[in-house]
Ligand binder design. Sequence first.
Ligand code: AMP
Ligand code: MG
Length: 268
Amino acid sequence: MAKQRLIPKPLSKVALSDYDPDYHGDYDKESAAAEYEKLQTRFAELQEILYAQSTQSLLIVLQATDTGGKDGTIKSVFRDVNPQGISVASFKQPTTEDLAHDFLWRIHKKTPEKGQIVIFNRSHYEDVLVVRVNNLVPKTRWQKYYEHINAFEKLLADSSTRILKFYLHISKEEQKERLLARLEDPTKHWKFAIGDIKAREQWEDYQKAYEAAMTRCNTEYAPWHIVPANRKWYRNLVVTKAVVETLESMDLKYPPAEPGLDKVVIPD
Ligand code: AMP
Ligand code: MG
């Protein structure tokens, strides 16, 4: 398979039609599973050190259309990590209190403390996606959000938080299949919101809104990853790999022992 970029070139215009949601590189299901298991082991080791060192943090932003696989990614990619060092913040429709503040107010409160990993299941990007597509605030307002988002993410990056943003890229046909599967399976009915049909009808508008977000907010300090996500096994591998590579680059070290620890005698 011809190699496909994972991260768009910074400042280049993103066209999602350049990204194949079926792409799986040189992997098949088996070779991907083998590599995924190895990476999971390394991920758990690195997370332990991040937690012990407690000087840096990691923020993972997950965005996708309905059925894109955000929940499945969280369950699979973070399955082996120590729950004390990780949490998930899910952003639904803003509350009245949220709406009485600026759009980043509810987001900022959920950013990770040092030593922690936080996963955003949806995020501040909803304010340039659902909000933009449905004109929930005037264009003159949401137009300025891209700049605010870049400045906000820079603030976090300058405060020892590494940021990784993932767009789980599925095709419209794949979404149809997944929505049908949800309709057919009573244990998945809770995931089906009738409003999701409206969002599907707005598919093209959403794709444009995603392209704008990934064009304008793809910075070196907070890069977007366009994850081919029609195949769950490839999606999980790609996200795990990006997280592990980032942690590897963070110069993680266990903190030094307290002076005198080598002379400690454990009393009987
Ligand atoms: P789900 O993630 O499937 O539970 O759905 C959450 C819903 O909340 C989605 O339809 C989102 O588009 C919506 N949502 C999240 N953030 C916002 C926001 N800032 N403004 C309006 N709707 C939002
Ligand atoms: Mg939903």
